[in-house]
Design a protein around this ligand. Structure first.
Ligand SMILES: N[C@@H](CCC(=O)N[C@@H](CS)C(=O)NCC(=O)O)C(=O)O
Length: 306
C-alpha cells in the first residue's frame, strides 16, 4: 500500500509549489498563528475520491492545504501534475515530500499517522476490521458510469437530473482525448503516461452510452444498498453508523455515494423512507455530521455541484 509513496525532490516540483501556491487554501485552521499544515491535498471541487479524503481529514479535525487541480479544465493532465501522479488522477496527498496517490491508501495512511484522532480503519484482523474492508469494497461503486450513463440514457431514470447533455458529454470525451494526444507530443517524457489514458476514456464513453451496461450498474447498486439496509436494520437505525456506534471509513464511502446519488436526483430511487427506511434515517443523520456538512462548504467554495 504505502510502497507507492514517492518523494518530491525535483526542481520542477519546487517550481510547481511556487506556481500553484496561489490556488492553495488552508482548511481547518481557527487561529492565524497556527503552524503550516503537514498535509497538502491536491484536490478538485468535483472529485468524488477527493471528497472521501477530505471527509476523513475533517472527521480527524486535521488541517490541510488544499491545492486546487481544476478538473473542469483538465489541470490533472498538466505536465506538473502528471509528474506527481502519472495516472493523472485526483486526489494525491503530499506529506513532507512524500506523494501518496489513491484515496483509500491516503485514508489508511492518515489513520496510521494520526492514531490519536478518531480511528477510521479498525485493525483488519478484527471482526470489525473485516466488515469494514468488506463494505469498503462493496461501496466502491463506479458512480461515474451511473451519473454519466444516465446523461446518455435519461429514459432509464425519470428522476435523474442531468449535469450534462449527451452532446456535451460527447464533446467532453472528444476534447479530453484530443488534449491527451496533443500533450503526448509536447511532452515526450510523459508520452506513454498520456497515451495510456486514452483507451480507458474511450471504454468509459462506450460503457456510458450503452443502456444495458448502465441498467446493470443501476441494478447492481440496488443489490448493494439492499445489503447496506440489512446491515443498518441490525443496529439502531438513525443512531448507530453503518457497522457500529463509531464512524468508520465504510461510512465515508457510503456518505459520498449517497451524496452523489442525491445530487443526481436519485435519492427517491435508492433511499426513500418507504424503500429503505434505515438508510433514509442514516441519510438524515449524516446531514448533522460536521465532517459531512463541510463537503457542502467545499462545493460552495469552488462553485460546483458535487
Ligand atoms: N482509485 C482512485 C480514483 C481516482 C479518480 O478516478 N479520480 C477521478 C476524479 S474523481 C479523476 O481524477 N479522473 C480523471 C482521469 O481519470 O483522467 C482513487 O481512489 O483515488
Amino acid at each position: 500500500m504505502i510502497s507507492v509513496l514517492r518523494r518530491v525532490t525535483s526542481s520542477s516540483s519546487l517550481f510547481v509549489t511556487r506556481r500553484y501556491i496561489y490556488t492553495s487554501f488552508v482548511t481547518g485552521f481557527s487561529k492565524m498563528a497556527a503552524p503550516s499544515p503537514r498535509y497538502t491535498l491536491y484536490m478538485s471541487g468535483t472529485s468524488y475520491y477527493a471528497q472521501k479524503v477530505m471527509m476523513a481529514l475533517f472527521e480527524k479535525n486535521e488541517p490541510f492545504v488544499e491545492k486546487l487541480v481544476n478538473q473542469r479544465i483538465d489541470d490533472n493532465y498538466e505536465s506538473w501534475y502528471m509528474k506527481l501522479n502519472p495516472l493523472g488522477k485526483v486526489p494525491i496527498m503530499e506529506d513532507r515530500g512524500k506523494i501518496i496517490p489513491e484515496s483509500d491508501d491516503i485514508i489508511d495512511y492518515l489513520d496510521k499517522e494520526l492514531p490519536q484522532a478518531p480511528r477510521l480503519v479498525p485493525d483488519p484482523s478484527s471482526d470489525l476490521g473485516r466488515e469494514v474492508a468488506h463494505f469498503r469494497k462493496l461501496l466502491d461503486v463506479s458512480v461515474g458510469i451511473i451519473v454519466h450513463g444516465l446523461a446518455y440514457n435519461p429514459n432509464l431514470s425519470p428522476d435523474y437530473t442531468a449535469v450534462k447533455t449527451r452532446g456535451e458529454l460527447d464533446e467532453m470525451f472528444a476534447g479530453k482525448i484530443a488534449k491527451l494526444e496533443k500533450l503526448a507530443t509536447e511532452h515526450p517524457d510523459l508520452r506513454d503516461a498520456y497515451l495510456a489514458k486514452i483507451p480507458p476514456l474511450q471504454k468509459r464513453k462506450e460503457m456510458c452510452s450503452n443502456p444495458e451496461v448502465v441498467q446493470r450498474s443501476l441494478d447492481d447498486l440496488q443489490t448493494t444498498l439492499d445489503e447496506v439496509e440489512a446491515k443498518l436494520v441490525k443496529g439502531s437505525p438513525g443512531e448507530t453508523w453503518l457497522l457500529c456506534s463509531d464512524l468508520t471509513v465504510a461510512d465515508i464511502s457510503l456518505a459520498v455515494l449517497l451524496r452523489r446519488l442525491a445530487l443526481s436526483g436519485l435519492a427517491s430511487v435508492y433511499f426513500s423512507p418507504t424503500l429503505r427506511p434505515a438508510l433514509h434515517k442514516y441519510w438524515l443523520r449524516l446531514q448533522t455530521l460536521p465532517a459531512y456538512s463541510r463537503l457542502g462548504d467545499i462545493a460552495v467554495k469552488y462553485g460546483v455541484q458535487a
